[in-house]
Design a protein around this ligand. Sequence first.
Ligand code: NDP
Length: 330
Amino acid sequence: MTETFQAVLISRDEDKKQSVEWATLSEDDLMEGDVTVAVEATTVNYKDGLAITGKAPVVRHFPLVPGIDFAGTVTKSTHADWKEGDKVVLNGWGVGETHHGAYAERARVNGDWLVPLPDGMSATDAMAVGTAGYTAMLCVMALERHGITPERGPVVVTGATGGVGSVAVTLLAGQGHHVIASTGRAAEADYLKRLGAAEIIDREELSGPARPLGKERWAGGVDAVGSHTLANVLSMTSYGGAVAACGLAQGMDLPTSVAPFILRGVSLLGVDSVMAPKALRLEAWQRIARELDHARLASISNVIAFKDVLSAAQDIMDGTVRGRLVVEMP
Ligand code: NDP
C-alpha cells in the first residue's frame, strides 16, 4: 500500500485567489528530484508567512507545498553526494516557492541543494537557526569581508527581536561587537540584553524619512527592515562603514540619497540566502555550528507542533513572534 502523509497545500482558483488547506499526499505527489528526505523539523520564516497568508506572491507554482527550510534524514538517493541515513539541511533554492517544500513529512529535491547537518547539531537546532539565522550569518560574513571589526565602533541590528535580528545580535555580540539593537518592542529589552545587545533603541528613531546624512552612530549594521529604516541606518553610518541589507519588514522601497555613499564612502552590502552558492552556505553553516552559543540559540527559539504552522504564519505577519519558531514533525 502506498504510504501517505499530511501536508499543507496552497492552491489558486481561476480568479487567482489563493487558498490553503491540509492535504493527504504520497511520495508520488512530490516533484522531481534525486534525493528524498524524511522531514524531521522545519520552521516558519517571514517568507513562509508571506506565502501562506498570500500577502506577497512568494508561491509561483500551484498547487504547492510551502515551507522554505527543512532538516531531516535521506530515505532515498540517486545523487552521488548522498545516501540513505545522511542528515541534511535545506534552505531556499525556490523550495516552498516553485518546488514542493517543507510542510510535509517527505520532501524530494535536487541533491545539489542540500548541505550536511553540521556535527553537533540536531534537526531541531538547525531549524532554530533556519533561513533567518543562516542569513544573519551571511550578513555577518559580508561585514567581515568589508573589514567591520569591533574596533571600528558599534554596529546596529534592525528588527532585532525577529529571527534574523535575534541571531545577528547573538553572533555579533559573540564576536565582541558593541551591538545597538533597534526594536519596536521595548518590553523585550531584557531578551535582547541576554542575547548580548549593549544598547537598545526604539525603532521609531529610524522609521521616518531619513536626512541625507545624520550623526555618525555606528560603523555598520545588519538591516532586516528596508525602507526608511535602512535609509536612516545608512545616513548614520560612519566614514567607510558598511551595512548588510537582507530584509523588507518595513517595506521594499529604499528612500535614500547617494550622500552616504559619495560623501562618507559607506557601502551597502546586499545579502541573498535563496540562491547563495554552495561554498558560501557550507561556510555559513560550519561557522554557525562553531560560533552560535547553544544556550542562546535555545533562548531564541520556540518549538511548535506541525498542526500549528498556519496560525504561526499569521502570527509572524502580525509581528508577534519573538526570535525563531521551530516546527517539529509528527
Ligand atoms: P521576523 O518577522 O522574525 O522579524 C522581522 C522583524 O522586523 C520584526 O520582529 C520586527 O522587529 C521588525 N519589523 C516588523 N515590521 C516592521 C515595520 N513595519 N517597521 C520596522 N520594523 C519592523 O522575520 P525574519 O527575521 O524571518 O525576516 C526578516 C526580514 O528578512 C524579512 O523581510 C525577510 O523577508 C527577510 N529575509 C531575507 C532573506 C534573504 O535571503 N535576503 C532571508 C531571510 C529573511 P522588532 O519588533 O524588534 O522591531
